[in-house]
Ligand binder design. Structure first.
Ligand code: TRP
Ligand code: SF4
Length: 405
């Protein structure tokens, strides 16, 4: 696996904190389902991350783990295209976390915005002044770097964690990617490219290093990529040398910002389990219908004869996700003229949500009835993940000079 191929790898994780709902589907899972066709996707259950806040009740995690995987599968995440696995079954994450902890300044962790926010928000319920909680984002860095993932689909709140990951990777490469003979070895590797390609590589490298010409960098990478007969070590060296520094052992990932579709829950606030306003992915149809029928509407529309304003109505926000243009203008006209009642308005929405959930319920049922199938999907995924993770750790140990026997 070369660095360039690894850049096509997408990795993301989710903490197993309960049943997933429509907000997760529209915010995250739909995106995963789309990405799995374009990239080499790895999706994992971040059960150790759940432990950083739920360490007093670890027994609740197991149930959530399997239900979450079923929710993913129900949403259309396809184990034939994406690798699904459990963090805690790939202990290599923990070793990388430990090694990275040696070079991570405390201040980098303390300034991550979610750290202080979460402590302020949750510290009434539990004590978060733990070592594990402080290390949360670094464990996340290890999750990402151990697969040398190029892209990490996350919501805006997680971007600082990916940023930290980039800084840690840069520091690591700077510290350990530069064996004393690096330059000499890189020059030797260039000569192995053959006269023509060596000349081209040098020209492109100069263009990039002196003028910051991105296109030259990409061309030079392609030259390296096309070489059949050079070793992986030389290849990585040649990639690293292009950017001036040493060998890139842990490539810097990019955040793939998931569009912020904030789906309102039944009370009009953001859909979230903590508000108890969610419609879960596997909610039964009667309950879906009841929840939408009693969902909050434009508060100014008290009587059927009062006109309403869709822009002030959470039900309309759902129409924006679920309905076509015709339906939306039917709502707009009917609402502002009091031509339709709120129950009329909710009718097509109920149909749309139920239609969306129908195939999910079908898929989920198969997995609920065959829990062994779910377990074997995950254990296969864990094996695949471990193979990659082990290889990265070998690189890391050897870069740090820890490969002695
Ligand atoms: N912290 C992420 C969240 O709460 C979950 C997570 C853990 C993650 N490790 C990750 C996401 C690695 C992306 C990549 O949503
Ligand atoms: Fe909201 Fe629809 Fe009622 Fe208008 S008619 S207030 S958009 S539920």
């Amino acid at each position: 696996m070369s660095l360039l191929e690894a850049q096509k790898r997408v990795l993301s994780g989710m903490r197993p904190t309960g049943r997933l709902h429509l907000g997760h589907y529209h915010g995250v899972l739909k995106n995963w389902v789309r990405l799995q066709h374009e990239f080499d996707c790895m999706f994992f259950v971040a059960d150790w991350h759940a432990l950083t806040t739920h360490y007093e009740e670890p027994h609740v995690i197991e149930d959530n783990v399997w239900n979450m995987v079923i929710d993913w599968l129900a949403s259309g995440v396809n184990p034939g295209s994406a690798t699904l696995f459990l963090q805690s079954k790939v202990p290599e994450h923990a070793e990388l976390h430990l090694l990275l902890s040696m070079i991570t300044p405390l201040a980098w962790l303390e300034r991550v915005p979610s750290y202080k926010d979460q402590i302020a928000k949750l510290s009434n319920d539990r004590d978060l002044s733990t070592y594990g909680f402080l290390g949360y984002p670094l464990l996340q860095s290890a999750d990402i770097l151990i697969y040398k993932a190029g892209h990490v689909p996350v919501g805006a709140d997680q971007v600082p964690h990916v940023e930290l990951t980039r800084e840690v990777a840069r520091r690591f490469n700077h510290m350990y990617g530069r064996d004393p003979g690096f330059e000499t070895m890189a020059e030797e590797a260039i000569r192995k490219l053959g006269r023509k390609n060596a000349k081209l590589y040098r020209e492109l490298r100069t263009q990039y290093l002196e003028q910051g010409n991105q296109a030259s960098l990409e061309k030079a990478r392609a030259v390296v990529q096309e070489q059949q007969n050079i070793s992986l070590g030389d290849r990585d060296r040649l990639f690293g040398y292009l950017e001036g520094g040493g060998k890139i052992i842990l490539p810097e990932p990019q955040a793939l910002l998931t569009e912020n579709s904030v789906l309102p829950g039944t009370d009009g606030q953001k859909m979230s389990k903590s508000y108890g306003n969610e419609i879960s992915l596997r909610e039964d149809p009667d309950s879906v219908e009841k929840k939408i029928k009693t969902m909050t509407t434009d508060p100014a529309r008290v009587r059927r004869s009062d006109p309403g304003d869709p822009d002030k109505c959470p039900v309309f926000k759902l129409h924006e996700v679920y309905s076509d243009e015709d339906t939306k203008s039917w709502v707009r006209n009917g609402c502002t003229s009091a031509g339709i009642g709120c129950l009329d308005c909710k009718g097509p929405l109920i149909d749309a949500v139920l239609a969306e959930q129908q195939p999910m319920r079908e898929r989920a049922r198969q997995y609920e009835e065959n829990p062994d199938v779910v377990k074997s999907i995950v254990s296969e995924g864990c094996e695949k993940a471990r193979t990659i993770a082990r290889a990265t750790l070998e690189d890391v140990r050897s870069a740090m000079g820890l490969d002695y026997r």
